[in-house]
Ligand binder design. Structure first.
Ligand code: ZN
Length: 433
């Protein structure tokens, strides 16, 4: 009765904690009564609770977090401080300069990793995030932020006098300097670890060209070395980006510069893998594409009206897949769609193997879906199955490269665009040329 009349915050946690402690039904009811009277506060916050508390703190400040902690039992600021890592990022105000990287590397990485002494290979990642388009006053620096880094050299961001403020407003009005539409974020992660360390957050008006991007990426690599981080955290092994054309062009200039040196200890192993892209940048840094973006693009391609053409002339598109995927539970996310296609093929083994089946049309459809399933499975599995050995990972990727190469040769653009082909399979780009 009490439960029907009162809202007990975190009811699920109370019951599961009590069950975990081997409590009897009577004891659980006692706990619920204590909670109703405010005498018991359940512990055991999950990652979602911490995320919600962080969001409340960021959007509404400490007072709102306090109020909701009292009322809804979401984690308090004190719990947040002990359970979650707070990273302070120095924003980029004005043009991107060395000090922006250096401060973030120092405060976010060097000062937090003092207990980790072994070196790790490092990947630099770059992407963009939406922000609210507005100018912000950073009282700490008495400067105006939120303006695009590329054109910010046209103004003095310091609020010196009334006139200097008006001058900034005028430049924004005249569209010489822009309010950032997004922020370019560069982060760093060590192979074998989950943490991501942001080292640059710069507002952008999205007018940067490949040369600008090359400058920013080159600077990130250079500051990593200049601050000695390569000696304390580890050397940069790769740079990962999404499929953005400007960043891809800059990435090609910087990291597809020269073939792997014969003096490299890796050369003897890799040279025996014909077709493998052996081109790297300075210090053997390789260009990498973020796998989630690739999955997304493949799914967009499969779902597009034109679809994807494979060996037996069948076009696989959203309509055709929808027809067959109703046989399986609902899927929406990119990886889920890929998995659904693989699962569908596995579930239709009997029909696929029955070469005398009178259902010719359906079998032809399923055979093309089975081939698609092989292609995407070879690409997905090495990224999501953590139990594979390195050899197995390479075997899958090699199967993917060979299949997509053969399909691209036969069907060219009806298989996938040159751009996507180049993006996921460097071998394809040779054929495209
Ligand atoms: Zn601009």
């Amino acid at each position: 009765m009490a439960i029907s009349e009162h809202n007990i915050p975190r009811l699920q946690q109370i019951v599961s904690v009590a069950l975990g402690n081997g409590a009897s039904v009577r004891e659980i009811i006692n706990k619920l009564e204590d909670t109703l009277e405010g005498a018991y506060c359940p512990r055991g916050y999950g990652a979602d609770d911490l995320d919600i508390a962080t969001l409340v703190y960021r959007l509404g400040g400490r007072q709102l977090l306090f109020a909701l902690n009292q009322k809804l039992s979401i984690p308090s600021l004190r719990t947040l401080r002990t359970r979650a890592a707070f990273t302070t990022i120095t924003p980029t105000i004005g043009t991107i300069r060395n000090e922006h990287f250096d401060t973030n590397i120092q405060s976010g990485i060097l000062s937090t990793r003092t207990d980790i002494t072994s070196l790790h290979g490092v990947s630099i990642m770059i992407d963009e995030m939406a922000i609210e388009e507005m100018a912000v006053h950073y009282s700490k620096y008495n400067k105006i932020g939120g303006l695009c880094w590329k054109h910010s050299n046209l103004i003095d961001p310091v609020l010196r006098t009334y006139d200097s403020t008006v001058a900034i407003a005028q430049k924004i009005h005249d569209e010489e300097v822009h309010l950032g539409k997004e922020v370019t974020v560069i982060g760093v992660a060590c192979f074998g670890e989950d943490e991501l360390y942001p080292i640059l957050v710069a507002p952008t008006c999205k007018t940067e060209d490949a040369t600008d991007m090359e400058g920013v990426l080159g600077r990130a690599l250079q500051r990593w070395k200049a601050t000695g981080t390569d000696q304390t955290v580890g050397p940069i092994w790769s740079l990962a980006t999404d499929g953005d054309a400007t960043r891809r062009a800059a990435g090609h200039r910087l990291f597809i510069k020269q073939p792997l040196s014969m003096e490299s200890p890796l050369y003897g192993i890799l040279a025996n893998m014909p077709g493998l892209n052996m081109w790297t940048g300075d210090n053997n840094v390789t260009l990498d594409f973020d796998l989630k973006h690739i999955f997304k693009r493949i799914c967009t391609l499969i779902r597009s009206p034109a679809g994807i053409t494979l060996n037996n002339g069948r076009v696989i598109n959203a309509m055709m897949l929808a027809h067959y995927l109703v046989w399986l539970p609902a899927y929406d996310e990119a990886i889920e769609l890929i998995r659904a296609i693989i699962e569908l093929t596995q579930s239709q083994h009997t029909l696929l193997n029955d070469s005398f089946s009178p259902d010719v049309n359906r079998r032809a459809d399923l055979m093309s879906i089975a081939l698609l399933s092989d292609v995407i499975e070879s690409f997905l599995i090495p990224f999501i199955n953590v139990n594979l050995s390195l050899t197995e990972q390479v075997q899958y990727l090699s199967r993917f490269a060979h299949l997509s190469f053969a399909l691209f040769r036969s069907h060219r653009r009806s298989f996938m665009s040159y751009q996507l082909g180049q993006y996921i399979c460097p071998k394809v780009s040779v054929v495209a040329k």
